[in-house]
Ligand binder design. Sequence first.
Ligand SMILES: C[S@@+](CC[C@H](N)C(=O)[O-])C[C@H]1O[C@@H](n2cnc3c(N)ncnc32)[C@H](O)[C@@H]1O
Length: 288
Amino acid sequence: MPNRSLFKAGIVSPSLRRFNSNKTEDTDKFTHFGYKTVKADEKEKLVGGVFSSVATSYDLMNDVMSLGIHRLWKQHFIAKLDAGKRLHSAEPLHFIDVAGGSGDIAQGLLEHAKEKFGDEVSTVDVVDINADMLNEGVKRFKSLDNIKNKEERVRFLVQNGETLEDIPSNSKDVYTVSFGIRNFTNIQKGLDTAYRVLKPGGIFFCLEFSKVENPIISMGYQQWSKALPVFGSILANDYDSYEYLVQSIEKFPAQEDFKSMIEKAGFKCCGYENLTFGVATIHWGIKV
Ligand SMILES: C[S@@+](CC[C@H](N)C(=O)[O-])C[C@H]1O[C@@H](n2cnc3c(N)ncnc32)[C@H](O)[C@@H]1O
């Protein structure tokens, strides 16, 4: 059950949902949870358990798991997107960062918009299915003093990215999702919803673990992946959650397959850029 008190902190909007309030139409079907096959309607709860468990150690473990490289990937992701209200534009941009967890992408987006374009008016909704992860984002934003009017511009919402039921259609200019979409029970449904909430002309921008094609690099990467649950066990006393994280990466579609799914949702001008030999990939598409 989400902790309601965190939403009284002043920089959040109280739109709360229980983890299991958004049943999908696939409730009678099966899906994967890491390497395990589980009922589709159970996956949401299991993923919720993983992220509740890792929430407080999440940023540290991200650094350990990626040797700090995730920070460079995220910086590049934000710089490549290069979003912010241009001087000649009267309207602020409305960002949504889905599976936004500890809020680092949202922070980076607003800081980039300010530094590059002097934009101190654009807004961001940080959306996640897990209130414990969002709580880390709330803490992060509370400690920031460089985001003007953050109470009005930043909202934290507990929402399932597959449905985003409190987000109106055609309301967002930029949809970002970073290392989140592989955890969705129904990824295609999440992409269809991204298309729904974006305005025509809006951009979908996704950072996710992907497939390494070079066989030698791939072998080294696989060995590293095997060690990650052990690090999870030592640093966070949590072998199982980190084992799930590694398995969920392996289960995620390869670059071309994911690109096809983005196109299937209706996006045009789709493309991707591999980072660090394809360990991670940036995918994008435009709603025309
Ligand atoms: C690996 S973390 C990524 C956090 C952050 N975006 C980052 O780049 O570090 C994955 C996040 O996805 C969230 N998540 C998983 N399934 C979700 C869903 N169906 N809808 C919204 N968020 C979801 C988890 O709660 C978790 O916060």
